[in-house]
Design a protein around this ligand. Structure first.
Ligand SMILES: NC(=O)c1ccc[n+]([C@@H]2O[C@H](COP(=O)([O-])OP(=O)(O)OC[C@H]3O[C@@H](n4cnc5c(N)ncnc54)[C@H](O)[C@@H]3O)[C@@H](O)[C@H]2O)c1
Length: 436
């Protein structure tokens, strides 16, 4: 099938590449000329494990190409995916400016019988508005389908290739059949292909993210209570996780959730429900708890140094909002950095992939370190914000030697508190023990 994917960000690029990998002829379109130039030169504008090899192979085999020319990419396409960003608007809702811009640009060029498929996360009712708008402007009916994306950055290729489920929202069953055929190669292990209404598909994406964000805020709140009571959230987590109604997934306490999805989607859902006069007290609390949680590391650091932070030097391990990505949008590390800079703290930061993105925001304000240990030289403490694998088993002796003061503020509970004490560290964590 000939396919155009509009928007080659984290979702669009993975979608375009995986659809090419299953034999389709795909053009990825973006208005960002630098991004397309990077892709054309055989490189990736983002870090996503396993993606580079797939992009290069599919380009070589001429199933995948990239362009800034929407008109010619779309002309021959049977399916046109929209995967542009839907960032938060000033009022907390979703900013659909890019979506409407793409829709309007598509109308003069889209072929008869082509289907427009919305992968971007959009408020309930958007697909209907899109169909009406495009059909009116084209003077003929245009098929629109909702196909929310559930991939996780850091495991995006795997998630796309072996999804837990595929959800499509369609107005006509025939459109559902086309998409079933498209996704068949990815669903060979009997994973479900769910055909629902576009409104249900749109809502499914918000509810999935709202549920996951709720789990994180819940365990973070419980961790904070544990810490004051002398209970260990890790032991409690094991105690509840074996209950099959609860399970273990997404119940790791930390420095608050970040990323381009959970914060914005929780807020968009609150905005949508509030506009309809439906109370969403739980979602409001999930967001508030998270905002507070993002301040937990800065607060522990302030408390340790009794608010005398000016002139101190802090190492930071991890900038990305989670491991295996370079994405720092809404990352808790940004809150920590902003708070520490305000206090006059010097920062030595390390992340295996996200340093270029941090540089784009902070420029000369931070010292960027290529290796984890160089971020420790002469520091008064280390804050761990992202649980990259390489941080799990460091050489504690080397660390202690490099650090001026052996203080660790671990936002990811990577180490055993008792062992850390024995190693001579003052070790703070989330919900395991109060400061030792
Ligand atoms: N990132 C994720 O993990 C994830 C997961 C599931 C769903 N989503 C949703 O998917 C959508 C895309 O997210 P993302 O993280 O890939 O965003 P992104 O910001 O990485 O990429 C969006 C791309 O769209 C391009 N774009 C914007 N306007 C355009 C236009 N008029 N014409 C052509 N290209 C245009 C941008 O240049 C950018 O490259 C969002 O709605 C998001 O909520 C994201």
């Amino acid at each position: 099938m000939k396919i155009a994917v509009i928007g080659t960000g984290y979702v669009g690029l993975v979608t375009a590449t995986c659809l090419a990998e299953s034999g389709n002829e795909v053009v990825g379109v973006d208005k960002d000329t630098a991004k397309i130039a990077t892709l054309d030169s055989g490189k990736l504008p983002i870090y996503e494990p396993g993606l580079l090899e797939l992009v290069q192979r599919n380009c070589r085999e001429q199933r995948l190409s990239f362009s800034t020319d929407l008109a010619s990419a779309v002309k021959a396409a049977r399916l046109v995916f929209i995967a542009v960003g839907t960032p938060p608007a000033a009022d907390g809702g979703a900013d659909l400016g890019s979506l409407w811009a793409v829709a309007d640009a598509l109308v003069p060029h889209i072929g008869p019988g082509a289907v427009v498929i919305v992968k971007s996360t959009v408020p309930v009712g958007t697909n209907r508005k899109l169909m009406t708008r495009m059909s009116e402007r084209a003077g003929r009916p245009i098929d629109v389908a909702s196909n929310p994306e559930f991939l996780k950055e850091g495991a995006a290729v795997d998630d796309f290739m072996k999804p837990d489920r595929v959800v499509v929202g369609v107005y006509r069953p025939e459109v559902g059949d086309i998409l079933r055929e498209l996704y068949a190669p990815f669903l060979r292990t009997e994973r479900p292909f769910l055909v629902v209404s576009p409104e249900s598909a749109e809502m499914t994406k918000y509810v999935a993210n709202a549920m996951l964000a709720t789990k994180i805020s819940f365990i973070n709140e419980m961790a904070n209570v544990c810490e004051k009571l002398g209970a260990d959230i890790n032991e409690v987590r094991r105690g509840i996780g074996h209950d099959q109604r609860i399970g273990f997934q997404f119940l790791f306490p930390g420095p608050g959730y970040g990323g381009s999805c959970f914060p914005k989607d929780v807020n968009a859902l609150i905005h949508l429900a509030t506009s309809l006069d439906v109370p969403v007290a739980l979602m409001e609390a999930v967001d508030r708890v998270n905002e507070r949680q993002k301040r937990i590391l800065p607060n522990k650091i302030r408390a340790h140094f009794r608010d005398r932070l000016k002139g101190k030097c802090l190492g930071i391990w991890g900038l990305a909002f989670k491991p295996r990505t370079d994405d720092i949008r809404e990352a808790p590390a940004l809150t920590l950095i902003d708070e520490m800079l305000k206090e006059g703290v010097q920062l030595r930061v390390h992340d295996p992939e996200a340093i270029p993105n941090a540089k784009a925001i902070y420029g000369e304000k931070l010292t960027y370190c290529d290796r984890p240990y160089s971020a420790l030289e002469g520091v008064d403490g280390l804050a761990i914000v992202t649980e990259w694998q390489e941080f799990r088993h460091p050489d504690f002796e080397v660390m202690r030697r490099l650090m001026r003061e052996p203080n660790i503020f671990d936002g990811r509970n990577l180490y055993e508190p008792k062992a850390m004490k024995a190693n001579g560290f003052t070790y703070y964590n989330i919900g395991r023990h109060a400061e030792m």
